[in-house]
Write a protein that binds this ligand. Structure first.
Ligand code: GCB
Length: 606
């Protein structure tokens, strides 16, 4: 008996931790949205998850009556059930809990969500998936009292098949969300942003045929702007030996393929008269893929991105990346940004600044941002939250970082706007960290050889001459683009000495300044030597921009940052009050003086 129990426990844990393949382009598929109000229970002690011996209820044969995922109701008047989702309050999904409920503003821990639903036009011969755009940070998903799976990582999408548990009516989906920080997670304990918890992006049900199009990659071949290559992958009983068609009507491309036994086909074919996607011509083609009972349409741009010595080349031509860093926050509504409307606000400001490029810091932003950037012609640096002091020697931590990187690339590999995968931000150099990041970089390149790899490194003054800045980091050898954050005039060095500093860079790679900036409280005016004043920030931009422009190989900048963002590290009253004030726009949507300094600088770049 003991033997059987332990085997079944093993089975549960293998089953629930295996990530299921991500549905490619679910964004443009029709689905049934589960967005809206969900009942929630705050579970500080995780009573709904562990029994009083601290064993997970879902790992035991007979979960006790306090296992929240069972959605128990008293059967008679003597029954004891010490929770009830249906009398509990509600939160809006998508949305973080911190900005919706005052008493959850600082909360880090477990919250259980419940949504009851019927399936529209239910068809028992179909397969059903539930897809989450993102949930921060660990998610345990249960349908109708049974576990669907677990996902770890706060900013990437995931899905679970639920065909075997779904009914036409009266389904209940229960989601345990835990955003506790921990030393071995990614990100780790300390960051400079708010740890918004909750189901922060869309939740959608997809109805699929028994055999369906699971994944595809359709991009220009590396080093060949006249050839498209990629793959299509099917899922289901009949995935092998299936006819697959791929068409791009505007290019008069109609291809037919047959999948191998694994439901997979790789292809390459020439393309003529392509209108290349760029910041000035964000051309997206309708691309259709079909098998007998499934078809999917996407909008795909084709462009090349590469480096040549110290230059970044977009479609073979040198480009300067006029950028800005962005956190995923809608400050005016409050909380984590997620919707297309949020993306319009953030990218609208970006355009107003005169940017052709954004750094989406410090974690994968919502697919709405990427899709809109694709349409607007804004190039994108995408990043995973390998930030500051990750546990470099912990193989589990590495796996978490690699999973997030894989899920990000998996999601955005067909987006022309996305040009750089960033492995990390401001991580302290060591041998272990070099191995960790080098392994991540090789994973990125294995999954996608058509984009550039970088990371935000750090500079410092030379011992013999503090006016000479250098980047001493072996990871610089690994990346395609040398990027570093520099805060001369704010964290070190005098603002009136900025004009005297210069960078000594002895690597033949393009350079991006991934951050610089200064904090200013919008509306606070003083002389330009007074910290926290708009004038100080303006001066720092006026001094820094021309100084950076002299760096040999400078190919882009993303000042820190577009909008003030919440950070628990920023406690100074009256200037910070819980906000990192390095935004060019305040949390009330007002522009600071430095906004116009940067705007002018970009306007004058040829
Ligand atoms: C940095 C970090 C960024 C911080 C910023 C700051 O270098 O990359 O996440 O918010 O400095 O304001 O200190």
């Amino acid at each position: 008996m003991k033997y059987i129990v332990s085997i079944s426990l093993l089975f549960i844990s293998i089953f629930t931790f295996a990530n299921e393949p991500l549905l490619q382009n679910s964004y443009l598929r029709n689905g049934q949205s589960l967005n809206g109000r969900w009942h929630y229970i705050v579970d500080v002690y995780e009573t709904g998850y562990y029994n009083y011996r601290m064993e997970p209820h879902d790992g035991t044969e007979n979960p006790g009556s306090s296992a929240y995922f069972l959605n128990k109701k008293p059967q008679n008047k003597t029954d004891r059930v010490e929770y009830d989702f249906d009398t509990a309050p509600t939160l809006i999904v998508p949305g973080d809990w911190n900005s919706q409920e005052e008493k959850l503003f600082y909360y880090e821990g477990t919250v259980w969500y419940k949504k009851s639903f019927n399936v529209e036009d239910y068809d028992a011969s179909k397969r059903y998936y539930v897809h989450f755009g993102a949930v921060n940070y660990r998610t345990d998903v249960y349908l109708n009292g049974k576990k669907l799976g677990v996902h770890v990582g706060g900013f990437t999408p995931f899905n679970f098949e639920m065909t075997h548990l779904l009914k036409e009516k009266d389904n209940f989906l229960i989601v345990k969300v835990d955003n506790k920080r921990a030393a071995d997670e990614v990100p780790t304990l300390s960051t400079d942003w708010w740890n918004y918890g909750g189901i922060t992006r869309d939740v959608t049900i997809y109805e699929l045929d028994e055999t369906f199009i699971e994944d595809y990659k359709i991009q220009l071949t590396k080093n060949n702007n006249k050839e498209v290559s990629g793959y299509i992958k099917l899922n289901g009983e009949n995935k092998g030996n299936q006819n697959v068609s791929l068409s791009i009507p505007e290019l008069k491309i109609n291809k037919a393929f047959i999948t191998d036994d694994e439901g997979y086909v790789e292809f390459e074919f020439p393309v003529k008269r392509l209108s290349y996607w760029s910041d000035t011509n964000p051309k997206l083609y309708d691309v259709n893929i079909a098998i007998s009972k499934d078809n999917i349409s996407d909008k795909i741009g084709f462009r090349t991105i590469e480096t040549n010595g110290k230059q970044i080349l977009l479609n073979g031509e040198k480009i300067f990346l006029k950028g800005i860093s962005i956190h995923e926050e809608n400050v005016m509504r409050g909380g984590r940004a997620w919707s297309i409307e949020d993306a319009k606000v953030l990218l609208g400001w970006t355009k107003e600044l005169g940017c052709n490029y954004v750094r989406l810091a410090h974690y994968p932003h919502s697919e709405n941002m990427i899709r809109l950037a694709d349409e607007m012609g804004i190039l994108v640096w995408e990043e995973i939250p390998v930030y500051w002091t990750i546990q470099w020697t912990n193989t589990e931590t590495y796996k978490k970082a690699e999973t997030q990187l894989t899920e990000l690339i998996q999601r955005d590999k067909n987006r022309a706007c996305s040009i750089i995968w960033s492995m990390a931000n401001e991580t302290p150099t060591s041998k272990e960290r070099l191995t960790f990041l080098t392994n991540l970089a090789s994973t990125a390149r294995k999954l996608d050889d058509t984009r550039l790899v970088s990371a935000a490194l750090e500079d410092h003054g030379k011992d013999e001459d503090k006016n000479i800045m250098i980047v001493e980091d072996e990871f610089a050898e690994v990346v395609d683009v040398l990027s570093f954050n520099q805060y001369y005039g704010w964290y070190g060095g005098k603002i009136d000495n900025i004009k005297n500093i210069r960078w000594e860079i002895d690597i033949d790679k393009p350079v991006i300044i991934s951050e610089f900036g200064a904090g200013a409280l919008q509306g606070y005016h003083a002389d330009n030597m007074t910290r926290w004043s708009e004038e100080f920030q303006e001066l720092l931009y006026e001094e820094t921009l021309p100084t950076l422009a002299k760096i040999p190989g400078i190919s882009g900048i993303t000042p820190w940052t577009l909008v003030d963002f919440r950070s628990p590290r920023r406690t100074l009253i009256p200037y910070q009050n819980g906000w990192n004030r390095k935004g060019l726009i305040s949390e009330t949507g007002n522009k600071k003086k430095a906004f116009y300094t940067l705007q002018k600088f970009y306007k004058n770049i040829k």
